[in-house]
Ligand binder design. Structure first.
Ligand SMILES: CC(=O)N[C@H]1[C@@H](OP(=O)(O)OP(=O)(O)OC[C@H]2O[C@@H](n3ccc(=O)[nH]c3=O)[C@H](O)[C@@H]2O)O[C@H](CO)[C@@H](O)[C@@H]1O
Ligand SMILES: C=C(OP(=O)(O)O)C(=O)O
Length: 440
């Protein structure tokens, strides 16, 4: 078992560099399936366990994947065609692997994709993905844990999404690039990662307009080709370090962070009394010793991101007064609260809202991460709490944060990651995530 051990309280100071975005890299890796000519060269690829899993999915589909360590370029070659079955043992590991469905169907007229693994933050159905692809001429059946998809040829369609689902928008966009005619997605997701996907699709020869607005139009073309693309910076990693500065009364320059991607978070932190300066090189965040209380509600982009909810609730707990967080995107994303409770946070959950009674005087405890962002929030709570905090279930953290322990230590945190054997002996863990070369 591995644990992160934090001794608080600490004030973080210094500069941190942000990686490429997991949530942009995963659909972009899936998009490489669409290229029937040439290779796709990707840079700024974040070396995360989820990205490694997606790269294994591509290899299982017969894509040639290689990594040039010197130039940090991941190359995917699908010009010799792809297989059509995305294996269960990989898809099961990561919900996001469902985004291979649209590209596989568009390229091969059939696809067999295992049902994506359930995730603790909610039931996460894929009905909107399937309805959209059905409107374009796909037929689906279920066999064991697999979705079998086939089509005589995808055609353009007008698709209204009941909810602006990020994954459904991406799946439909990718399928539509090779469909016959025009597809219009209304009530499309508007996340910056959708724009990054549209950018690479355009470089591959697709005709996509409107990404980043709630109507995306895709005119089908006969074939796509490889290209070069640099993955956008991770706005959630950047946001996590912004909250880290806010809650530790710290002073952090977050290099490469893009303010425009984090408007709702920046505006809430400023309301709380945090100083934020945006520059072309990144974002400078200076905390305060008295956070003002604010209420927050998660919403699809451009609303407050659910992926910043757990981290933001830590800032709310520490603020002087009563605050409310309402989660409208996922139905079960407050599982970190019982863990905050072990650290002496005072809160009450009512439906999809949590009411927090601050300012919390957190004390160190043994806590377990319940999902990716909860993991980050618990580590940050350990920075603030008096005494020692041990965070376990780090496999969640590794899905989305590269060198989190090392980055926090460089900012002055008293933090280490250890592996504990059956006799209770601790050994320092130096490389938390397999080297980037494992991507290929
Ligand atoms: C890899 C990736 O990019 N993951 C992000 C993506 O996940 P993901 O693409 O899975 O999230 P969606 O936007 O699809 O899901 C949002 C909501 O819509 C519901 N829904 C979705 C699809 C569907 O067919 N039916 C349905 O009911 C979901 O259960 C959820 O309640 O967007 C989420 C919302 O911003 C983020 O938290 C995830 O980090
Ligand atoms: C929920 C998240 O990711 P995923 O959709 O990959 O589970 C996340 O990034 O916070």
């Amino acid at each position: 078992m591995q644990q992160i051990i934090v001794n608080g309280p600490t004030q973080l100071k210094g500069t941190v560099r942000i990686e490429g975005a997991k949530n942009a890299a995963l659909p972009i890796l899936a998009a490489t399936i669409l290229a029937s000519k040439g290779k796709t060269f990707l840079t700024n690829i974040p070396p995360l366990s989820d990205v490694i899993t997606m790269s294994k999915v591509l290899k299982a589909l017969n894509a040639e994947v290689s990594y040039d360590e010197a130039d940090e370029i991941l190359t995917v070659d699908t010009s010799n065609g792809t297989a059509t079955t995305a294996p269960e043992d990989l898809v099961d590991k990561m919900r996001a692997s469902i985004v291979v469905l649209g590209p596989l169907l568009a390229r091969n007229k059939e696809a067999h994709v295992a049902m994506p693994g359930g995730c603790a933050i909610g039931s996460r159905p894929i009905d909107l993905h399937l309805k959209g692809l059905e409107a374009m001429g796909a037929q689906f059946s279920q066999r064991g844990g697999f979705i079998d998809a086939k089509t005589d040829g995808l055609h353009g369609a007008n698709i209204y999404l009941d909810f602006p689902s990020v994954g459904a928008t991406q799946n439909i966009m990718m399928a539509a690039t090779l469909a016959d005619g025009e597809t219009v997605i209304d009530n499309a997701a508007r996340e910056p990662e959708i724009v990054d996907l549209a950018n690479i699709l355009s470089k591959m020869g697709a005709d996509v307009t409107g990404a980043g607005t709630n109507t995306v139009r895709i005119k089908g073309v006969s074939a796509l080709h490889g290209c070069e693309h640099s993955i956008m910076q991770d706005r959630i990693e950047a946001g996590t370090f912004m909250v880290a500065a806010a809650v530790t009364n710290g002073d952090i320059f977050i290099k490469d962070a893009v303010g425009a991607h984090n408007r709702p978070l920046i505006s809430k932190l400023i309301e709380m009394g945090v100083s934020i300066e945006e520059t072309d090189e990144g974002i400078h965040v200076v905390g305060t010793n008295q956070l003002k209380p604010v209420d927050v509600k998660t919403m699809p982009h451009p609303g407050f991101p659910t992926d910043m909810q757990a981290q933001m609730t830590l800032a709310q707990l520490l603020s002087v007064g009563t605050t409310v967080m309402t989660e409208t995107v996922f139905e079960n994303r407050f599982m970190h609260f019982p863990e905050f409770g072990k650290m002496k946070a005072d809160y009450k959950i009512e439906g999809n809202s949590v009411i927090m009674f601050g300012p919390a005087q957190l004390s160190g405890a043994n806590v377990a991460a319940t999902d990716l962002r909860a993991a980050a929030a618990l580590v940050l709570a350990g920075l603030v709490a008096e005494g020692e905090t041990r965070v376990s279930n780090l496999q969640y953290l590794d899905r989305g944060y590269y060198h989190f322990t090392e980055k926090l230590r460089d900012l002055g945190a008293k933090i280490r990651r250890v592996s504990i054997d059956e006799s209770g002996r601790e050994r320092l863990v130096l490389n938390t995530i397999p080297s980037v070369t494992k991507l290929a």
